[in-house]
Design a protein around this ligand. Structure first.
Ligand code: EPZ
Length: 426
């Protein structure tokens, strides 16, 4: 029986990265913004949409729902039009991309009802959606959980009502789902303890261009005055702060100099602060950020992940690689997800000295990592293994890189343009 062939990256490490890399539109802004087009039958033109597996899955979901979508991967332009003709998001699609849960709010707001498969857990944690459901109930939706589907109905007039929602926990997609649903509500909705991520601000900007009346984006209190309908618009997706942080760390870990172009520096302040603490020379010039680590020693940096504007959990694995190459002892604490240390065992196989203590890892830096065969387990863990491979001595084979293709555009082209030696093999 032939083993299922998954693509791998073969990386020759030890070469300092040097050059410029264009940062793409943010995956975690593009996904909710694509699903927000469910709220209108008019044409929405989106620019800077990254060419990612999850974006392609979002198009499939929108087409399944009856929307007309075109996408030019070269220009990054997507055009979505037409009204949805179905309110069912199938298990087949939702199981491949848990962000599909963000079709729930828009569908029940636009159609008065929705059936969205409950997303399963994933490698990094159980990832419940109870806050999404509670928020919709506060807007007058009746929710049933039936054979693995969330079945939501806007009772009464078939339209969601305004409501006052206090989120028990800060939730990025929970905030986004409910903010989208409230746009067409009959009345004003307040969302307290809302998440503050830059991707939420970008989604709010796009929705307001569509005629929504959202105030307070980027603050813990959102106020959404419902309107009868939304119209089309043109919007360019905000830069991906996690992709930028990932390439900056790759430059630092290889003692090179990397400039990220087309970034939004203010969206990754907490990351830049930690990179400066790691003794990298960080300069910001407009939308460019440069990390220069030539002839500089990596210093250990303690990190605790937190909701924005704290240190992003999506940068935890990448920062840990830097700590394994520092000249001291450091700790990295993960407070958002319960199982986001699957890269640690792989880094240990590359010679890292790391110990896991509950939701904290203690790193004792080593002068050099050694290339090895390693396995990706989730999107950001795979990014950390590529960084480790680029910094390590010798050859590293990173397996199951389909995880990375979900969130990083044209990886080998971008890493190659920085002088990294990487090829996709099967
Ligand atoms: C978003 O996931 C991102 N995904 C994640 O990025 C990111 O890691 C995460 O926010 C945290 O920043 C997208 O934006 C598509 P949460 P999300 O709801 O919204 C708990 C990546 O690598 N929670 O903010 O699913 C949850 O278990 C991905 O690009 C509930 O308990 O995360 C977690 O402990 C990975 N009930 C915490 O809240 C709920 O209903 C924060 O999760 C919802 C969440």
């Amino acid at each position: 029986m032939t083993a299922f062939k998954t693509a791998k990256f073969k990386i020759q490490g030890g070469k300092p990265l040097d050059g410029e890399v264009k940062i793409s539109g943010a995956k975690n802004a593009a996904l909710p913004i694509l699903l927000s087009t469910i709220l209108t039958s008019d044409t929405v033109v989106l620019k800077n949409v990254p060419d990612l597996a999850d974006v392609k899955t979002s198009f499939k979901l929108l087409q399944d729902l009856g929307k007309h979508c075109t996408y030019d991967a070269q220009s990054g332009e997507a055009v979505i039009s037409g009204a949805v003709t179905s309110f069912v998001a199938s298990y087949e699609l939702v199981k491949t991309m848990r962000a599909s849960i963000m079709a729930l709010g828009p569908l029940v707001a636009f159609c008065g009802q929705a059936e969205v498969s409950l997303p399963g857990g994933c490698a990094i944690g159980a990832r419940p959606v109870d806050l999404h459901i509670k928020g919709l109930q506060a807007m007058g939706a009746q929710i049933k959980l039936d054979d693995g589907y969330i079945k939501a109905t806007a009772i009464g007039s078939g339209r969601l009502q305004g409501g006052h929602i206090v989120m028990d926990k800060v939730s990025v997609t929970g905030t986004e789902n409910l903010m989208m649903a409230a746009c067409l509500g009959n009345g004003t909705t307040i969302i307290d303890n809302a998440a503050l991520e830059p991707e939420i601000v970008d989604l709010a900007h796009c929705l307001n261009k569509m005629g929504a009346k959202i105030k307070g984006e980027g603050t813990p209190r959102l106020e959404i005055e419902g309107v009868e309908k939304l119209h089309g618009c043109e919007h360019s997706v905000v830069a991906d702060r996690i992709e930028a942080g990932t390439y900056l760390i790759a430059g630092i870990a290889t003692h090179g100099v990397v400039t990220c172009l087309n970034t939004l520096p203010s969206s990754l302040e907490s990351v830049l602060q930690k990179l400066r603490q790691a003794n990298a020379l960080i300069t910001v010039d407009g939308t460019s950020i440069t990390a220069d680590m030539r002839n500089r020693q990596i210093k250990p940096v303690d990190v605790v992940t937190a909701p924005h504007p704290g240190f992003p959990t999506d940068m935890q694995a990448q920062m840990t690689v830097l700590n394994t190459l520092s000249d001291g002892v450091s700790s990295v604490t993960e407070t958002i997800f319960e199982n986001r240390f699957m890269h640690i065992a792989e880094l240990i196989r590359m010679g890292a000295h790391i110990e896991i203590r509950g939701n904290t890892v203690i790193c004792e830096g080593v002068p050099q990592l050694k290339g090895a065969q390693v396995m990706s387990s989730d999107l950001r863990a795979s990014a950390s293994l590529v960084i480790a491979g680029l910094a390590a001595e010798g050859t590293t084979i990173v397996d199951r890189i389909y995880h990375m293709d979900r969130g990083y555009e044209h990886i080998e082209t971008k890493v190659g343009s920085l002088g990294g030696i990487i090829e996709r093999i099967y």
